[in-house]
Design a protein around this ligand. Structure first.
Ligand SMILES: Cc1ncc(COP(=O)(O)O)c(C=O)c1O
Length: 382
């Protein structure tokens, strides 16, 4: 069986993690201690921002900056092809969502749709680095935001260590959010980080994270915060994985190279070409199916006949089609609807072997011949 993802902790890392957690259990220092601080410092260094604030999830690392920016009753522009948590956090922070279309070349926000969507109530833009790809149009997006007095927030939940011409995901906006959910390139079991160069965002985020307390040692509450703290065991796991980020990204790129080369010989599916200057972390390996290929049927065939599990799409249902976001569904999103319907994510994980990747290609090629598609029907008539 080739699973869609594997969570990988080398043996020596597991030992170190357990030793450090044991120290926390002995000392009783279980939350917001030296390991959380060390995780923050190391993460900020990796992204290249002045500050990083560790929190309990990727979702809260979106909501906290939104609360700091003040979105109550205002409109925030969000790409429709993202995870629920991106627009969900806007609503939790009291804002309204304005969905925009996707750029099919990068799966990121479509810049023309973004320009058109800006209105008098717009206060900011969230860009999502889908699959670990930073759009080459980030500079343009930054300029648009500047021109209209909008803040830019990066949802970098997928993008630890990804970059565009050497500038890391998380270093483009006023703030950025990261997720450490287990399926991500690196994990802390659960967790999130806010990265920022802005000292005000940093100071406010510390307050919001800990129940809105003005000082961690006082019981004086000045903001409507929440328990968004990160525990020491989570930070210990995160530190261990962060030390592997470079190695994991190199390993994933090697697998992606095998897929890039192999897909050239498979009719019915197209490799996704990264724009120049983009260094993906390959959180997901995206490929596009030809029109007329039934993705569900293909996935079923791969699973049942070849024991290959394709990973979850990013994303199969765009947010404007989700029942919970119906009040915000106005507009046209042809690119997002097309890519959401047609892409697949091949299995990829940091300890995947070349043989496993080759087997996935063999299975994909075979399955695409076996299932009924427009191409197969035409071939059988000829
Ligand atoms: C694009 C995106 N944003 C936000 C999140 C939320 O992260 P978490 O699950 O850590 O709360 C995720 C998680 O999968 C995500 O993929």
């Amino acid at each position: 069986m080739i699973p869609p993802v594997k969570i990988y902790f080398p043996d020596e890392d597991r030992k170190q993690i357990l030793t450090a957690i044991d120290e926390c259990l002995r000392t009783g220092q279980l939350t917001l201690g030296k390991y959380v601080k060390a995780f923050e410092d190391k993460f900020a260094k990796m992204v290249g921002t002045r500050y990083a604030i560790a929190v309990n999830s990727g979702t809260s690392s979106i909501e906290i900056p939104l609360r700091i920016f003040g979105v109550k009753g205002k409109e925030v522009i969000v790409p429709t092809n993202t995870f629920f948590a991106t627009p969900g956090a806007v609503l939790h922070a009291g804002g309204r969502v304005r969905f925009v279309d996707a750029d099919p070349q990068t799966f990121s926000i479509d810049v023309e749709s973004l320009r058109e969507a800006i209105g008098p109530e717009t206060v900011g833009v969230i860009v999502v680095h889908i699959a670990g790809i930073v759009t080459p149009r980030m500079t343009e997006i930054q300029e648009i935001c500047k021109e209209h007095g909008l803040w830019l927030l990066e949802d970098a939940a997928h993008a630890h260590g990804a970059s565009y011409y050497g500038r890391m995901a998380g270093a483009f906006g006023r703030a950025a959010s990261f997720s450490f959910f287990p399926t991500k390139v690196i994990t802390s079991a659960e967790g999130g980080v806010i990265a920022t160069n802005d000292v005000k965002v940093y100071e406010e985020a510390l307050i919001y994270r800990d129940q809105g307390k003005a000082e961690s040692s006082s019981n004086f509450h000045t903001r409507l915060g929440y328990n968004w703290r990160m525990s020491e065991p989570h930070a210990i796991i995160g530190i261990s994985q962060l030390a592997r980020l470079q190695e994991f990204t190199v390993a994933r790129s090697r697998i992606a190279g095998i897929y890039d080369r192999g897909l050239k010989d498979i009719p019915g599916v197209q490799a996704f070409r990264l724009p120049e200057g983009c260094l993906s972390n390959y959180y997901k390996y995206i490929a596009l199916l030809e029109k007329g290929v039934d993705r569900s049927l293909l996935k079923k065939q791969l699973r049942e006949r070849y024991q290959v599990g394709l990973s979850g799409e990013v994303y199969d249902v765009p947010c404007h089609q989700q029942p919970i976001f119906r009040p915000y569904s106005a507009g046209e999103f042809p690119n997002a609807e097309d890519i959401c319907r047609r892409h697949i994510c091949l299995p990829i994980y940091s300890n995947m072997t070349d043989n496993e990747a080759e087997y996935v290609l063999f299975a994909l090629k075979s399955a695409l011949v076996e299932i009924p598609t427009q191409r197969n029907r035409t071939a059988s008539v000829a």
